[in-house]
Every structure is written in C-alpha cells, then in structure tokens.
Write a protein that binds this ligand. Structure first.
Ligand code: PNW
Length: 452
C-alpha cells in the first residue's frame, strides 16, 4: 500500500468523513403509528425472556417525534454526517403489496429537517426490522423476502433520490441471519439447521444485489452504494510477517461466506468444502446480482481476535476471561481492530473506498459528575480507535470515514435500554437528551479534524 505518512499529530485528510450512526428500530419509537406494520423486533421483544427487562422498541428515543430537536443538537455539536436506517414496515407494512404513504412522508420530513440543519444522510435500507408479515411467510429462509426487498429498495431509492446520495444496502448480514435463525439470540429467535442458515445468507446477499441495482437505476447522479458488513477481524499477535500472514489467512477464511463470496462472484472452494452438503442453493444468475460493483465497503468493527502463525496454520488465541472489555461480552477492547480490519479487507478485496460505518462501546452504568455523564472510558475508546484509523490512512489504506455508534443511547436489541452506546445520554423516562463528555470530545475532534 502507498504510504502517505501522516505525522503523529497531523490532521485527517480534508475529505475524511466524521459521522455518527443509529438505526430505525433502535431510536424511532412510534412502533405502531401512522400505519407502520409490526416488525420482527416488535414481536420478538414480547416473547418472555428474550430481551433484557422485557424492553420493547415501542417508544425508544421517540425520535419519530423529536428528530428536529435531535438534528439541532447534532448540528450544535458540529456533527455533519449521520447514518440512519429506514424502517421497511413503515413503507410496506406487510413487507410487500400496499405502500404506506404516511411512512414515506415521515422520512420526507426527516430529510428536510436534516437539510435545514446542514447534516448529510447516509441511509441503510435494512437494519434488522423485517416486517413480521414477511417472517410469517418464511422470513430470510425464503426467496419471497428477496422479491419483497427488491420492490422496497426500488420504492425507497426512487422516493429519496433527491435527498440521499449515500446508500447502504444491508447492515451486518451475519447478525440478522446467524443470530436470528441459528443461535436465536436475535429476532425472530429461530434455531434452524446449518443448511437453512446458509440459505438465509444467500438470500441476504441477493437483497444486497437488489439494493445496488436499485441505486444504479433510481439513485440519480452521484449516488453511491455499498454493503455494511461486520467482518471478523484478526489482529496479528506480533507484527512479524509470519503473524501478519496468519492473520490474513484467518481473515479470508472467516469472511468467506459474505465478503469472500461477493468478491469472488461465487462461493469459494474453501467455503464450499467447509459447509459440504449444507451449501446454499444457488440459482442461475444469482451471482451476477450479488457481485455487482459497489462504490465503497462499509465495515462495522468493534473488536477483534488475536491470531498468530501456529505449527499447523493460523492459530486464533482464546481471549482471557479478564481481558478488558466493555459491558457487552463480545466487545473486547482491541483498538488495532480498525487498522487490521481495514488493511486486511483492502488487501483481500481491493475496495477503493472503505468506511467504518460503526465503532463504539456500550456500558450499563456510567459515572455522573456534576450532572455530566463523565464517560472517560468512551473517550478513551474513541481516541485509541481513531489512532488506528489514522495509522491505516498513513499506510495507504483507502479509509475515507468513521461513524461513531451511536449518537444517542438507544434500544440495544436483546440488551434493551440498559446497555448505553450513546455519546448523548437519553433519560428514557423524560426523553431528556444530555451530551456526555464523549460528545464534547468527539465534537472537538470533528472541529479540529485531528486526534485530541
Ligand atoms: C451492531 N457481535 O451490532 C449493530 O449494527 C447495532 O445495531 C448495534 O446496536 C451495535 O452493533 C452495538 O451492539 C452488533 O456479537 C451486535 O460481535 C453483535 C456483535 C457485533 C455487532
């Protein structure tokens, strides 16, 4: 990679994007308002024992009614780029069929408010809130969902082409498929065979392709589109060539079913060997759609696994129980994840533009000093991770932007409202918003465009 040698304290490139991120089901609330259909999360949250404290997305941050005040706050903190998602069941309450004009109207109002406050939207078409009516017809196990998504994507891109130039097709395929249909920890909470789970990946990949096609057809001039993937990241235990090569081999193997397949334009031999008889059913033409060229790769990276060269190939080290982490057990504090995640992706798949579309940390209790949430832990997390972004850019990785998850404390899926990822505190009882220390800190970084 081409070195551009940023000095340790030098600013980020002038076109580097600093953003914040959120998702419809996690912040909007108004779960049944103005014709919105039920989503799989509306249903799942009501199954006893599935979500912490039985929390539902019914109200969340009430962003549906408060977006203007939220964008005013965002703008006052100097935040100019915001990644959000559109709730599919607001647009098509049953997944396909009848269109809900009130749903489109809501996002028209929302984009108008963003424009007024000088904030650029990056829009994810699907961030996990599948219409329950589609789940009732098989959900991600069925090609019915693929056809419905194609229609939904066409409608949404057409409707908002004037307002939106940056589109993300799907958020984290492995989370809503493997965790939704394999382990059952996320909606719809099913525990299916490996064969069925592999088929859900394939259907999601097809939807990604339909999303790309919709943006090419209806997105208008300058529209860009990409996937957001939660790739598994390997960090080499040392930066000796042998460990780096081991990390890269592990990375390629671990990401075969999504990034590897898109890149190769087919399921790779290694992947097919691994899954054997459980390989997904593929129809002629599927991979023409799946491997349509995109404009960027979005990566959600929070953590990583340490890998080194072992005697019999790459060796992933078990994470010690007392290794530092945030309150989510999977969120071990490994800042180099951003350097190695973007560098290895670039080396493996060659994207010319990579964005970190999520990075952040969640805690259940945060210290309050004189009324301010004094989240030094989050400030440290952001700082240490941005250092690795800076290093990646310096080493020639085409890393073009960073979105912090999340703007405001929100509905953290099965962890409910207890797990807070926001840089703005939300008092869910009163819906009061209060910037935390980390919001002030990130705001200063955005203003000065360098690590402070
Ligand atoms: C992402 N893991 O989820 C999602 O895109 C967000 O909606 C979510 O709020 C955020 O990260 C924080 O959890 C993930 O198990 C869920 O490694 C689980 C994992 C990673 C990301």
């Amino acid at each position: 990679a081409r070195k551009i040698a940023l000095g340790y304290d030098s600013p980020f490139p002038a076109d580097f994007v600093f953003g914040v991120a959120a998702a419809s089901a996690q912040i909007e609330g108004a779960a049944f308002k103005d014709g919105k259909g039920e989503s799989v999360w509306d249903r799942f949250a009501r199954i006893p024992g599935k979500v912490h404290n039985g929390d539902t997305p019914d109200v969340a941050c009430d962003h549906y009614h408060r977006f203007d005040e939220d964008f005013a706050l965002m703008a006052s903190l100097g935040m100019k780029t915001y990644r959000l998602s559109i709730a599919w069941p607001r647009i098509y309450p049953k997944g396909d069929g009848e269109l809900n004009q009130a749903g489109l109207d809501f996002y028209h109002r929302l984009f108008a408010s963003m424009k007024k406050h000088g904030i650029t939207p990056w829009v994810t078409l699907f961030h996990w809130d599948l219409p329950q009516a589609l789940e009732d017809r098989g959900g991600w196990t069925s090609r019915v969902t693929v056809d419905a998504f194609a229609q939904y994507a066409d409608t949404v891109v057409k409707a908002f082409a004037k307002d939106v130039k940056h589109w993300i097709t799907l958020n984290e395929i492995l989370c809503f498929t493997l965790l939704g249909y394999g382990t059952g920890s996320k909606a719809p909470g099913r525990k299916e065979s490996n064969k069925v789970v592999n088929q859900t990946y394939h259907h999601a990949l097809l939807c990604h392709g339909h999303g790309v096609r919709a943006v090419r057809k209806h997105g208008g001039k300058g529209a860009q589109v990409g996937l957001t993937d939660n790739c598994s990241v390997a960090v080499p235990v040392t930066e000796k060539p042998a460990d780096i090569a081991a990390a890269k081999a592990w990375f390629i193997d671990r990401n075969a079913q999504i990034l590897g397949a898109i890149h190769a334009g087919r399921y790779t031999d290694n992947f097919l060997k691994r899954v054997g008889a459980d390989a997904p059913d593929v129809q002629p033409g599927d991979f023409d759609l799946i491997s349509l060229p995109t404009d960027f790769l979005g990566l959600n990276i929070y953590s990583a696994t340490y890998v080194r060269a072992g005697k019999a190939g790459p060796e992933a080290l078990p994470t010690p129980v007392n290794y530092p982490r945030a309150d989510s057990t999977w969120l071990r504090l490994t800042p180099q994840c951003l350097y190695w995640g973007t560098r290895l992706s670039h080396e493996a798949y060659g994207h010319q533009a990579i964005y970190i579309t999520e990075n952040g940390c969640g805690y259940d209790t945060e210290p309050v000093v004189n009324g301010e949430v004094f989240d030094l832990h989050r400030r440290d997390y952001v700082r240490s991770h941005l250092r690795e972004v800076h290093r990646a850019i310096s080493d020639g990785v085409p890393l073009k932007g960073y979105f912090l998850w999340s703007f405001i404390d929100n509905y953290e899926w099965e962890d409910g409202y207890q797990r807070r990822f926001g840089i703005v505190h939300c008092d869910f009882a009163t819906q009061t918003r209060t910037p935390k220390l980390s919001a002030r800190y990130y705001s200063d970084i955005i203003k000065e465009r360098r690590i402070l």
